[in-house]
Write a protein that binds this ligand. Structure first.
Ligand code: PEP
Ligand code: MG
Length: 763
């Protein structure tokens, strides 16, 4: 980051510089005066500074009307009389889009609306800038000129800077009569309803906590510039020290992470940054406002950058600014990790380890600006049963610490400061939900068998020791899929064989004799740990991952197999190999396993009572030649998540592909049916462990395709058991068979009708 020189720093222009303007605004705010007089003086000062014929300030009223509050250059009689509806005219257009509008001929713009009372016939150039605070448009600042001209980039930046300061002043209530200030306060705190991406289902009625809290309320202007400059210098020195400490504490970091942190340190010591902050303070702003101003400019600039590396750095700079604000307020990171009861945490992004850092008794919901349902954070949240919603930038902007919130992780709905009836509606929903949970709990010890007598085994998917108590609460037969890679993903370095062994032992102890199927680490693709130097691939899902990586890197699979053998000493061991493509790959891993068994014999160490090896069938080629793979293994597992991705050539991580092809497509179901037939013919048990099996309609289809063994997330076990106990499998099988040839794109609607006709409980 270097000093930006003459390319557009608003603080660095001659006579009409925003620095002079900010000083003037500060004087106006310091004078003892009525609200309207202050507002008018502000408009005058802005107009004079920007050499504008008109400067007007429109503010938003509670009923979403934009009222002319002050003007220089338009008819004074129009003040408080001209009221524009939301979206009306250019002012309404700017408010609605929440973006600046810079045009040389106002009347040529399609949104222009003529208001005779304001007297703007002679005006041509128009610059409108929204006044925004915490994501809410509070009004619009308008600059107009008689000449037809386009305002320069610097003028735009200056106007935006003024608008940000205005937003702060308006929100602080210093600029309005009492009742108007109360109205702005209501506007800033009105109920918000948002819908984003559902990630982990569940309802939380709770209190908002912010992962990156905004600066505490502060003054916009400083009383004593010299003192404030000193405060800034001290704040920066403290910040630099905290970054140095952080680097020293993490001295064992991998080269890649170190590189990232070093860049961070460069920013903290950057002279250009410090100088810009100081200039802003010299112009009269408080340190906090200066940090916000400079960061707003940085953001503006970085957003234009096309280089992904630079855009990444925007996050670093944002983070550094937040640290500086914290350092100025004397707050520490520890204070922020303190959560209220029933906390819903709002964050831009969260790593899996960060979730585990919080108090689990208090953390009851998560809302992210980023996030995908297959992300590691999602997997951890799912296993902790914490409802989670992603991709809601707006929620992060609008929520404030301590707000009442309701989130529904099933529908992706977020209510911030909800009305009482929303809360009571959700309380009812929660009560129904817990009634259903009670019913499932009662089913726990009843046999899982269809009405016509077919036994079905329901297993649970897991990835953390934390998941294990669900075995007991759900009554699952065992763990059908234990994703061992989670330990690799949440560790700062490659887990040692002994730490792996310790984890597997804990899992087996917790399973208390029920079977656990350990899948060897399915790393690569999206699942790369920070310490792994993964080669960038164009198609990582189809690249060097899973078993392929294990075969090429014995150093990865050997310690894991050693750990599994050690943990299962004296008990049954089930090892599942991910992403098998060809039969020889199974042979390669079996050979390593053999050598590890021999090693234990040589060392006189005990062995597991039995060792069973399974193959995950998640690549069409493996399904197609199952007869060659099946003889090499003891059991089979269908990984429907990957299988569907490769079957439909449809990236499971892609937001645009989500829901495009249904797993209830008759072609996919036929393919699964073929695989099940081959597994049966080979006499090898087959379990379906893709997430889709949690969809009750898919579970029905799988049963009808002769797969009476499913592994699903813990929350799906109760509902599926209830459904299975109500099904007549012979009837269902006869119903499905002819439909497998159907040209339809999905059997969903037909299956739904089938279930409805027979009153099958789908939820
Ligand atoms: C699958 O692919 O269906 C599966 C169960 O494994 P994962 O989701 O971990 O890839
Ligand atoms: Mg898979």
């Amino acid at each position: 980051m270097s000093d930006t020189g003459a390319t557009g720093h608003p603080f660095r222009h001659g006579g009409s510089s925003p620095r002079v303007l900010l000083r003037r605004l500060r004087e106006i705010m310091a004078a003892e005066e009525g609200a309207q007089a202050r507002l008018d003086k502000l408009s005058e000062a802005i107009a004079a500074n920007m050499v504008a014929d008109v400067c007007s300030i429109y503010l938003r009223r509670d009923d979403d009307v934009l009222e002319l509050f002050s003007t220089v250059g338009l008819n004074q009689e129009a003040v408080h009389k001209t009221r524009l509806n939301w979206q009306e005219g250019l002012v309404g257009y700017v408010a609605d889009k929440a973006l600046p509008l810079n045009i040389n001929e106002a009347q040529d713009h399609p949104a222009f609306s003529f208001r005779p009372e304001v007297g703007e016939e002679m005006l041509h150039a128009f610059l409108g800038v929204p006044i925004i605070r915490t994501g809410q448009v509070l009004g619009v600042l308008v600059i107009q000129n008689r000449t037809s001209r386009h305002y320069t980039e610097e003028e735009m930046e200056a106007a935006q800077l003024v608008a940000t300061v205005l937003a702060e002043i308006v929100a602080a209530g210093d600029l309005l009569e009492k009742e108007d200030a109360a109205e702005v306060d209501r506007l800033l705190h009105r109920p918000e309803y948002l819908k984003a991406m559902p990630i982990v289902p569940g309802i939380t009625i709770g209190t908002a906590a912010l992962h990156e809290p905004p600066a505490p309320k502060h003054k916009v202007f400083a009383a004593d510039v010299a003192l404030e400059t000193e405060r800034l210098r001290e704040g920066i020195v403290r910040l630099q020290k905290s970054v140095d400490d952080m680097i020293a504490r993490n001295s064992q970091l991998s080269a890649i992470s170190r590189e990232v942190i070093e860049v961070y340190r460069l920013f903290a010591y950057d002279k250009g940054w410090a100088k810009r902050l100081e200039e802003a303070v010299l112009s009269g702003l408080s340190c906090e406002s200066a940090v916000e101003q400079v960061q707003a400019e940085n953001r503006q600039r970085m957003r234009k950058a096309t280089d992904p590396y630079l855009r990444e750095r925007l996050h670093d700079l944002d983070d550094l600014s937040r640290r500086l604000l914290r350092s100025l307020s004397g707050k520490t990171r520890r204070d922020e990790l303190e959560l209220p009861e029933n906390a819903v945490l709002f964050a831009h992004a969260l790593g899996p380890a960060e979730i585990l850092e919080f108090d689990r008794r208090k953390l009851k919901g998560i809302v992210l600006a980023e996030g995908a349902d297959t992300s590691h954070a999602a997997i951890v949240a799912r296993s902790l049963g914490i409802p989670m919603i992603g991709r809601s930038e707006a929620a992060i902007e609008r929520v404030e610490i301590g707000d009442a919130v309701v989130i529904d992780g099933e529908s992706g709905e977020i209510f911030i400061r909800p009305e009482a009836d929303v809360i009571s509606g959700y309380q009812e929903k929660l009560a129904l939900f817990s009634a259903a949970q009670k019913e499932y709990a009662q089913l726990r010890n009843l046999p899982c068998v269809t009405r016509d007598g077919t036994e079905v085994e329901l297993f649970m998917n897991a990835g953390l020791v934390l998941d294990m108590p669900h075995l007991e609460t759900t009554g699952a037969e065992g763990v059908g899929l234990f994703r061992t890679e989670l330990q690799f993903l949440v560790s700062p370095q490659l887990p040692t064989a002994s730490s792996q062994e310790e984890l597997y032992r804990q899992v087996l102890d917790a399973a208390d004799g029920k079977p656990v199927i350990f899948r060897t680490a399915d790393l690569g693709s999206d699942k790369s740990a920070p310490y792994m130097r993964v080669v960038r691939e164009g198609n990582p899902a189809m690249g060097w991952r899973g078993l392929r990586m294990s075969i090429d890197r014995e150093g990865l699979i050997r310690p894991q197999l050693r750990a599994l053998l050690g943990a299962a000493q004296g008990r049954e061991l089930n090892v599942l190999l991910p992403l098998v493509t060809t039969s020889d790959e199974v042979g390669a891993i079996r050979a390593i396993l053999e050598r590890e068994v021999e090693r234990r014999d040589k060392l006189g160490l005990g062995q597991p009572t039995s060792i069973r090896v399974g193959a995950m069938i998640e690549i069409p080629a493996a399904a197609w030649r199952l007869e060659h793979i099946a003889p090499q293994v003891d059991f089979l597992s269908l990984g429907g998540n990957d299988l569907a991705q490769f079957f439909f050539a449809s990236d499971r991580e892609s937001e645009k592909m989500a829901g495009r092809y249904d797993h209830l497509h008759p072609a996919f179901l036929s393919f699964i049916g073929m695989t099940a037939t081959k597994a049966n013919r080979a006499g090898k048990p087959l379990c379906y462990c893709g997430e889709q099996a949690g969809d009750p309609l898919m579970a029905l289809a799988l049963l009808a395709l002769d797969i009476p063994r499913l592994s699903v997330s813990a929350s799906s076990i109760g509902p599926l058991k209830k459904l299975i106990r109500a099904v007549d499998l012979n009837d269902l099988t006869a119903w499905l068979e002819p439909r497998l040839q159907s040209p339809a794109q999905s059997l969903r609607a037909e299956l739904e009708a089938y279930a409805a006709d027979r009153s099958l409980p789908l939820r």
